[in-house]
Design a protein around this ligand. Structure first.
Ligand code: KG4
Ligand code: ZN
Length: 339
């Protein structure tokens, strides 16, 4: 019988718990979003996020077990995100997971949130096996990774400044679209012309697989200010579509270059920005042209969830990587080389 893991995720503004069988099959996936709480502030307020996690975590875990139809005695372990993320937010999930592991005598498994994002692809594609290229695009990270095996990663490229999601969120704010910026900009861009404005694409000749999004972000800001100074109307849909096209082009180009360089024919995209409709569409078209298999989780598994944490935890559990009960939160935990 497949081992059942409870996953717990509270690294940012989603309180989530899930039960996953054999690291691949979702039995329940409960996500409580805090969007309404943070909306008036235009972004995540860390202190409020922690307090809301505290209120929600126990009921969410109860719901995850109930929906999966399992009791504590059926579980083989508890997997929890210990970084990267907001320290106060991480500590809520971590403390609850440690207390439950101790009280229920279950093994505790520490999961890196970024590794969790990669594992969302194993949930969505049950026959997926390494090696493959992963593009992790979230609110805090933009990483190109060679996935060699379970828990075995080789870094290929990363952002030198803003993460892709961060750029989406900042540009959405400039355009008055509000929070959460990424999905709102995605929606606004649907009615716009992606060729209306030629925003810059950073190439970075010395490290072709690295990214930089601060230039395109500043270009949008400058364009916005210039238009306003000239008293001209800003076509929000066109600006959104043109900005999105610039970011998507760079993400797709560099990912395909990585696959070509390493002679790999499988690419998995993940993280919140992987929910972006233009990014998914361009990967589909360009991947097919290049003869690559492009994998992506459904949007609900791209953004933060606990099923991906349970999936990543399963492989750690099988490898005997148990966490001690004094496990701490690591806000800047890197995907590679972190403990
Ligand atoms: O992975 P995630 O849920 O949380 C982090 O680990 O950061 O990613 C959140 C990021 C935010 O920047 C959000 O604006 C972006 O993903 N995002 C999107 C879309 N949905 C979420 N960006 C562009 N288009 C979307 N549809
Ligand atoms: Zn995330």
């Amino acid at each position: 019988m497949s081992l059942l893991l409870l996953g717990i995720e509270t690294s940012c503004d989603e309180t989530a718990a899930a039960v996953v069988a054999g690291g691949r099959r979702i039995r329940s996936n409960i996500i409580s979003s805090q969007i309404e709480l943070h909306q008036p502030f235009g972004g995540v307020v860390p202190e409020l996020a922690s307090r809301k996690h505290l209120q929600n975590i126990n009921p969410i875990i109860g719901e995850a077990l109930r929906e999966a139809g399992v009791g504590w005695g059926d579980l083989a372990g508890i997997a929890v995100t210990h970084g990267p993320g907001l320290v106060g937010a991480l500590l809520v999930g971590l403390t609850v997971a440690k207390a439950l592991a101790f009280a229920r005598r279950l093994p505790l498994v520490a999961v890196n949130h970024l590794e969790g994002h990669i594992y969302a692809n194993y949930l969505a594609h049950p026959s997926l096996e390494p090696p493959f290229i992963a593009l992790v695009v979230s609110g805090g990270h933009t990483d190109l990774v060679h996935v060699l095996g379970h828990g075995e990663y080789h870094p290929l490229g990363q952002t030198r400044d803003d993460a892709a999601g961060e750029a989406f969120d900042k540009v959405a704010r400039v355009l008055g679209l509000g929070y959460p910026g990424g999905p709102l900009l995605d929606a606004a861009a649907r009615g716009g012309n992606p060729q209306a404005i030629d925003f810059p694409r950073a190439v970075l000749k010395d490290a072709p697989l690295d990214f930089s999004f601060s230039g395109v972000k500043t270009a949008v800001l400058n364009y916005h200010n210039q238009q306003r100074q000239r008293g001209k109307e800003i076509n929000v849909a066109d600006v959104a579509a043109s900005f999105q096209a610039a970011v998507v082009e760079v993400l797709v180009d560099k990912t395909l270059l990585a696959a070509k360089t390493l002679s790999l024919d499988k690419v998995a995209i993940c993280g919140g920005v992987a929910a972006n409709s233009a990014l998914r569409e361009h990967f589909r078209i360009r991947g097919a042209e290049a003869g690559l298999e492009i994998l992506s989780p459904p949007p609900i598994l791209c953004t933060d969830n606990a099923a991906m944490i349970a999936a990543a935890g399963y492989h750690r559990l099988k490898a005997g990587c148990f966490a001690p009960l004094d496990l701490n939160a690591v806000p800047n935990l890197p995907l590679i080389g972190g403990k």
